[in-house]
Design a protein around this ligand. Structure first.
Ligand SMILES: [Zn+2]
Length: 303
C-alpha cells in the first residue's frame, strides 16, 4: 500500500506573473494527511482555494481557480509537478493571484520540490482507477480515458504553421519520466497572439525567457529543448489540469488538439461518471527517486 506524501520542509522562490508582469512570491509548505493541494493568497488574508474541479473558475489562456471570490491562476504547471512527484498534501502560498511563470515549464517547480525533500505521512494514498472508457469530443478536439494498468498519456496536436504541423507522443508518466521528458518542456505561443494579448493588457510578463515564441517562419528563441517540445508541453498541461480530479489517475489519457478548457471540463466529467472508475489503494509504482538532472536553470530560492 502506498502512503500519502508531503514536503519535508517549507521552500520559497520569487518569480513574475505572466499576465501582470508583477513579482510574486511562491512558498510550498508541508501539510497533513488528507489536506490535499490548496492555495493561499498571503496578500488578502487567509482564504484557501483547494485545487479541485469544484473550484474551477474559468479558463483564460491558463487555468483559474477561485473560492469565496479569491482567485489563483496559471496553476497547471505547478500542479503537474506536484502530482507527478506524488505530493498529495501541500499548502501553496502566493503573494499575488498568479503562480509565477518561471521559465514557462515545470522544471523549476521540480527543483523546488527536490530541494524541499519529500516525506510520507501515515495515511494511505487512494488512486482513481478507470474501469470503463470516458470521452468528450468538441468538433475535432477529443479527450478520453481508457482502462490501463498505469497512468499513460497520448497527446496529438496539429497546427497550420510551417514548424508545427503534427506532433504526437505517448508516454507513461512516472516521477522519472516526468522529470526527464515532460517537465522541461516550455509553454509556446504564436507571435501574432502575443501582439493581441499585449494590446489587451495581458502577457505583460511574457518574454523569450518564459515561452517559446513562433514567428511566421521560425522559433524566435535560440533553441528548443526537445524537437517535439510543443506536444510535450501539452502533456504537461494535461497532467496539471487532470490533477484537479483530486486523486492520482490510473488509466490511459488520449487527447487530440485540446486545451485547458477541454482538459478541465473532462476532469469534472470524470468525477461525475462514477460507474467508470473506482478508488483503489496502492499500485506499488510510486518510489522515491533521487534528484535527476534538469535541463533548465534552477530558480533562486527565497528565505
Ligand atoms: Zn502550459
Amino acid at each position: 500500500m502506498d502512503s500519502q506524501r508531503t514536503l519535508r520542509r517549507r521552500i520559497s522562490c520569487v518569480g513574475i506573473g505572466l499576465h501582470s508582469g508583477n513579482k510574486v512570491r511562491l512558498s510550498l509548505k508541508p501539510a497533513p494527511a488528507d489536506f490535499g493541494i490548496r492555495f493561499r493568497r498571503t496578500d488578502i488574508g487567509d482564504h484557501e482555494v483547494p485545487a479541485t474541479v469544484q473550484h474551477l473558475a474559468g479558463i483564460q489562456w491558463a487555468t483559474l481557480l477561485a473560492c469565496n471570490e479569491v482567485s489563483v491562476e496559471t496553476v497547471e504547471h505547478l500542479l503537474a509537478a506536484l502530482v507527478s512527484m506524488n505530493i498529495d498534501n501541500v499548502l501553496i502560498e502566493l503573494s499575488s493571484p498568479e503562480v509565477p511563470i518561471m521559465d514557462g515549464s515545470a522544471a523549476p517547480f521540480i527543483y523546488l520540490i527536490q530541494e524541499a525533500g519529500v516525506k510520507t505521512v501515515a495515511a494511505p494514498r487512494r488512486y482513481l482507477k478507470i474501469v470503463r472508457p470516458i470521452a468528450i469530443s468538441r468538433g475535432d478536439k477529443r479527450i478520453a480515458l481508457y482502462p490501463s494498468e498505469h497512468f499513460k498519456v497520448t497527446y496529438s496536436i496539429s497546427y497550420d504553421h510551417p514548424l508545427l504541423r503534427h506532433q504526437s507522443l505517448t508516454i507513461r508518466i512516472t516521477e522519472d519520466s516526468f522529470i526527464d521528458e515532460i517537465a522541461p518542456a516550455r509553454t509556446f505561443t504564436f507571435l501574432k497572439d502575443v501582439e493581441m494579448l499585449r494590446q489587451n493588457g495581458l502577457a505583460l510578463g511574457g518574454s523569450l525567457d518564459n515561452a517559446i515564441v513562433l514567428g511566421e517562419t521560425g522559433v524566435l528563441n535560440n533553441a528548443l529543448r526537445f524537437d517535439d517540445e510543443f506536444v510535450r508541453h501539452k502533456i504537461l498541461d494535461a497532467v496539471g489540469d487532470l490533477a484537479l480530479v483530486g486523486y492520482p489517475v490510473i488509466g490511459h489519457l488520449v487527447v487530440h488538439r485540446a486545451g485547458h478548457a477541454l482538459h478541465t471540463e473532462f476532469a469534472a466529467r470524470i468525477l461525475s461518471e462514477t460507474h467508470a472508475w473506482r478508488l483503489v489503494a496502492g499500485v506499488a509504482d510510486a518510489v522515491l527517486s533521487p534528484a535527476l538532472g534538469i535541463k533548465a536553470p534552477a530558480p533562486e530560492l527565497a528565505g
